[in-house]
Design a protein around this ligand. Structure first.
Ligand SMILES: Nc1ncnc2c1ncn2[C@@H]1O[C@H](COP(=O)(O)OP(=O)(O)OP(=O)(O)O)[C@@H](O)[C@H]1O
Length: 321
């Protein structure tokens, strides 16, 4: 079960930026980006390939200097104090970023050294203990299973107790149990006040986030609490049950203006932003008497698929005017 965010964490701001802009060559890849992130939030960044998610996140955390705009991260100025901010950021990429031919302890020690930690021996011992890997500290990291490699990678990027954690498609290619354990761990960190920014294309990562920002063409189009996102898009949904769902799915998809048709196990979820048209379709289909059509509140799953389906690659960004 998700841990409650402690009172002292709720309401505090970890990141606040305005007008962030980045130009690469002749292209404006991030354009006037404003955002506030609360301390202890798990913020998912969604958007097409090349839409500017990584560039935005890096600017928000002082890892990349903006060409325009300003802001604060962890109470520090994102341009002037970037060196200080960097010391307080942990970064986990989708690829296993540790050394397979070093042991578990050596990997942790290497990362602790990189961050200039003084009490490395104690920190490594503590991390190994927290991981539940006592007695296996001398094992080569390359011999661990996917799930364990990922836990080790997380432990390594938390070794300097950062206040901000950046995750880039963190559970890509990890089995469902390990994925669940990973998110439990992330929620524990968030409950302790660690702010987490996640860049992802995956629905099962997006639904773990309590806040979502959707970025396309370097601009933030949608931003808010995850539960409010379907409402912000204006998405309505019907759940359809009955016989021969594949046949019905094919027929609905072939019809113009049906909106989005997704199979969820023994249900079809039919969603669209034109509620009147969707209600009319449900009326007609109900009259056929073959399937049950029940209106439901659109969820983040439907919203995510809707956003990502409309999202083409964003490599053709507008040139700087
Ligand atoms: N250092 C750089 N020099 C030049 N162009 C860059 C640089 N970094 C990123 N870009 C370009 O800026 C655009 C935005 O890239 P960015 O990595 O921020 O997008 P993204 O949304 O994170 O993409 P993805 O989901 O594929 O990781 C892309 O067109 C990319 O090619």
């Amino acid at each position: 079960m998700a841990e409650q965010v402690p009172e002292k964490v709720a309401g505090e701001v970890a990141i606040s930026v305005t007008g962030l802009t980045k130009i690469f060559g002749t292209r404006k890849v991030v354009d006037g980006f404003d955002m506030q992130v609360g301390k202890g939030a798990i913020y998912g960044f969604l958007g097409p390939n090349g839409s500017g998610k990584t560039t935005t996140i890096r600017m928000m955390c002082g890892l990349l200097t903006p060409d325009g705009g300003a802001g604060q991260c962890l109470g520090l100025d994102i341009v002037r104090d970037s060196r200080e901010i960097k010391k307080r950021v942990g970064y986990m990429t989708q690829k296993f970023s540790l050394y397979e031919d070093l042991t578990i302890a050596e990997n942790l020690d290497f990362t602790a050294r990189m961050f200039g930690m003084k009490n490395r021996k104690a920190l490594v011992a503590e991390a190994v203990r927290d991981l539940g890997l006592e007695g296996r500290a001398g094992q080569l990291a390359g011999t661990l299973s996917g799930g364990w490699k990922q836990r080790l990678a997380l432990a390594a990027c938390m070794i300097h107790s950062p206040d901000l954690l950046l995750l880039d498609e963190p559970t890509a290619g990890v089995d469902p149990k390990a994925r669940r354990d990973f998110w439990d761990e992330i929620r524990k960190l968030a409950a302790r006040g660690v702010t987490v920014l996640v860049s992802t294309h995956y629905m099962d990562e997006a639904v773990q986030c309590d806040h979502i920002a959707y970025i396309a063409y370097g601009k933030k189009l949608i931003d808010g609490a995850a539960r409010d996102i379907p409402g912000q898009i204006g998405l309505s949904t019907y759940v359809v049950t009955g016989p021969d769902l594949s046949e019905l799915e094919a027929r609905l998809e072939a019809e113009d203006g049906t909106g989005q048709v997704i199979r969820f196990g023994a249900e079809l979820h039919v969603s669209g932003t034109d509620k009147a048209a969707l209600d009319a379709l449900a009326e007609v289909e109900r009259a056929r008497g073959t399937h049950e059509w029940v209106a439901k509140r659109a969820g983040l799953e439907e919203a995510f698929i809707y956003l990502m389906a409309g999202a083409k690659d964003n490599f053709m960004l507008e040139p700087v005017s």
